[in-house]
Design a protein around this ligand. Sequence first.
Ligand code: ADP
Length: 503
Amino acid sequence: MAGEKVLVVEDKPEMIRTITDCVLEPQGYVALVALNGEDGLRMALSEDPDLVILDLRLPKMSGLEVLRTLRELRCSVPVIVITAYGSEEVVVRALRLGADDYLAKPFELDEMLKVIERVLDKSKQEKERVRLSRELEKSVQELSKKLELVLHSIDEGLFSVDRELRILTFNPAAEKILGWREGEVVGRPCTEIFGEDDASYQEALLSEAMRKAQPVTSVKEGYPVTNKYGRRIFITSSVVPLLDLDGQVVGAIVAFRDVSADVELAHMKSGFISMVSHELRSPLSHIIASTELIREADLSRDQQQDLLNIIHAQSNRLNKFVEQILDVSLLEAGVIKAERKPVALKPLIGQIVEAFELKADTHRFEVTALQGPTIVVGDESKIHTVLTNLVDNAVNYSPEGSRISIEVNDGDEEVVISVIDEGIGIPAAQLERIFERFHRVNAGDNQEQYGYGLGLYISKRLIEIQGGSIWAESELGRGSRFSFSLPKWSPVSDEQVSEENSA
Ligand code: ADP
């Protein structure tokens, strides 16, 4: 090895010469010389030597003093001390102050060379060790940053627990799914945050993964847990045990997904199938029973007529149901599109009211606030369907002789059309839900049910695809007001409309 800088702090010229000329230079070391303690200290600090050979007896500042100051200043340059005394006590003091080795005078040149090589070698190894551990520390830091980034950006909820199932980490997706903030749950048993009734399955999964020291996956249909706000959601999860370097289980990581929407869909599908089969079966069995009676029983003309009326009503019911189901599936598949054309409301409302007056002379119809030519942008046949649905409901859910009004409010940018009845009304808690498909209010007062709970759902979708919105206000026992808004037509919007239609 060569090229290392060796600082020799020595005041005796013949000793200096021996060290530099006979030991250092022939081996290719670069020799620096300081003739007293003070210069030695200064050069050790400023010249950045690889090694200091330090005589202990020096003018101006003793070798031990130099050594102490160097170490106090956190200078870790390796130091070999030379002692003339052969005194063990001084050597021990020097070693305690941080000398790396020593040479007792008189010494052989060979011996000195060996000591120099050994100390430099050790120092080199130490430097390499420090460099490697810094590099390792840096890569660990980079890795943990990346890991943190992944944990933060991942869509899956992730949390880790220790052996006692206490939460250690909780990523943002877990916060989003379960509603808890990381700060609220760290340190708490995970069973506590999943709701008492629902925690046992989660606990069983964790225990199994830790007992087997192997990953475990939950049932794929999902299992219920309760979120922070008391809402039950369904999750699927995989639990991976955490092992330490000796292979001992120290905890586990749980990766989970919110599958509530899938579970709800599955419920809805099975509910939908049983509901459709029931709705089909019930009018069909009326029709079959009535036709069998007509065929086989000896009935009067009037009795036959009654049965034919039943068949007619039930066939209509069946037909309406099939049509509505078809509308729902087309709307949901996005197949039904709405035109965006100017539609004059006055003649449209007039037509609908006329048709109802013919069909349902049980109610009084009234149209208010239609002075000017109110024109909206939309799809005439779809507005017709919605208005007919709303008026039909108003007729069905209000007593004979009561009034049904259609009101038009002409705003700056939109027009609001309302159908107001004096009927049974809707409980406040149900108002939001009546626009859901198949939702029928069951007021518990033997309210007659006229349809399938699809009319308002279809109406909502039809209004929304025309860029409007629909809502209901109601007072139980006093009546309801169903309103929908549509964009108002203006010459400017007409230009946009024709551009959109031609696009
Ligand atoms: P349906 O065909 O069953 O009438 P809708 O979707 O049109 O279905 O309405 C859903 C439910 O909302 C109805 O079953 C009824 O309970 C309630 N509802 C709708 N319109 C009115 C109204 N004008 N007054 C009282 N209840 C209404």
